[in-house]
Design a protein around this ligand. Structure first.
Ligand SMILES: NC(=O)c1ccc[n+]([C@@H]2O[C@H](COP(=O)([O-])OP(=O)(O)OC[C@H]3O[C@@H](n4cnc5c(N)ncnc54)[C@H](OP(=O)(O)O)[C@@H]3O)[C@@H](O)[C@H]2O)c1
Length: 324
């Protein structure tokens, strides 16, 4: 058994980590740190865990845990690591944007590996520090990586993606307020979303020349999940595209190519990314779907932990979709 610490335990990704790790066969939660709820039961923030755990949030850390997950907003992970020191052998998995880009990947002598297992499995297996990818970034990178790898992303790429309200974190805002969000839809940050840089860097790591990425994120009136569509010019036929994707993901534990068009609920509450391909005239339409809190965040973080410690990749992650 390994001992695990969680920072930011009352938030959405922290809560999902607690839920996964309480069921993990090889991990034991040592502490869940909270700035706002130290001394209170974990169930005060996550009442669904009533009857599963009696654990309390802590106001301090155990610096000797085997692995710590940082579930904090942008800028707070680096700040937290400056103010709190872990042992040299403690592995760190950060869910924020702080260490994802190449220019930020070394922090206080620690090298952070970008934690997308479909891209960097062997590096992750050797890594001590992981920058866990963003939720939109994961969904869109998995949709486009096989084309990038084959040098087939030369033309402009148009991407639309709709996300659930949990993508915005636990703190309520104008656009997550029920009265506004329910029965509503809207786009935001047109062509300028913060994950674009991360996506571009990852795709260019497979092939330096890619077309322009035009990304339009949308807010959906559901709590979790991301459905992304991307289209670009493609010379082959649909079967060529399907073969390309099947080959690229043949070893992937959680990314699968679907024959039928996707709907969001087939991945919600799972660590899967499902991908569908459709050819129309000279355009290839790629659809991908994930659960933003699982494959897009805490599930992928545990997948990375499993790889780092040599556990089966799907330990703790054999989850059941909601479906209906
Ligand atoms: N939500 C998603 O779908 C998603 C997907 C992928 C990646 N991410 C990334 O994962 C990170 C966490 O996201 P989230 O949605 O879980 O956010 P969240 O729901 O807002 O939770 C973050 C938690 O961090 C703690 N916190 C806030 N300020 C802090 C500080 N200065 N120092 C220490 N702790 C602090 C708070 O918990 P306490 O009150 O208990 O301290 C807060 O509840 C973010 O960087 C986000 O971009 C989120």
């Amino acid at each position: 058994m390994i001992n695990v610490g969680i920072i930011g335990g009352s938030g959405y990704t922290g809560g999902e980590l607690i839920r996964i790790l309480l069921q993990h066969p090889q991990a034991k939660i040592d502490f869940v740190y909270s700035t706002t709820r130290a001394g209170k039961k974990v169930t005060t923030a996550h009442p669904d865990l009533l009857g599963t755990t009696e654990m309390e949030f802590t106001g301090g850390i155990n610096p000797a845990v085997d692995v710590v997950f940082l579930c904090l907003g942008h800028g707070n992970s680096s700040k937290f690591l400056q103010e709190n020191k872990f042992s040299d052998r403690t592995k760190i998995i950060d869910l924020s944007t702080d260490f994802r880009l190449q220019e930020d990947a070394v922090f206080e002598g620690k090298e952070f590996v970008y934690g997308l297992p479909e891209l960097k499995k062997s590096d992750i297996q050797k890594a001590n520090h992981i920058a866990n990818p963003g939720c939109f970034a994961t969904t869109i990178e998995l949709a486009l990586l096989p084309l990038a790898q084959a040098g087939l992303l030369q033309h402009d790429i148009h991407i639309n993606a709709i996300t659930g309200s949990t993508g915005a974190g636990v703190r309520p805002s104008e656009t997550t307020h029920f009265s506004w969000r329910n029965n509503n839809a809207s786009w935001y940050k047109p062509f300028t979303h913060q994950h674009l840089e991360e996506i571009e860097e990852v795709l260019k790591s497979r092939h330096p020349h890619i077309g322009e990425l035009y990304f339009l994120p949308h807010r959906g009136d559901f709590p979790r999940g991301i459905l992304a569509t991307a289209y670009t010019k493609f010379n082959g036929n649909e079967e060529d595209a399907i073969q390309l994707y099947r080959n690229f993901y043949k070893e992937a534990a959680f990314t699968h190519v679907a024959e039928a068009p996707l709907h969001l609920k087939q991945v919600v509450n799972t660590n899967n990314c499902h991908i569908h391909l459709h050819k129309h005239k000279n355009i290839l339409l790629i659809t991908s779907a994930t659960d933003n809190l699982l494959k897009g965040a805490s599930g992928q973080a545990v997948q990375n932990m499993n790889l780092m410690f040599g556990f089966p990749e799907d330990d703790g992650l054999r989850l059941k979709a909601g479906v209906f």
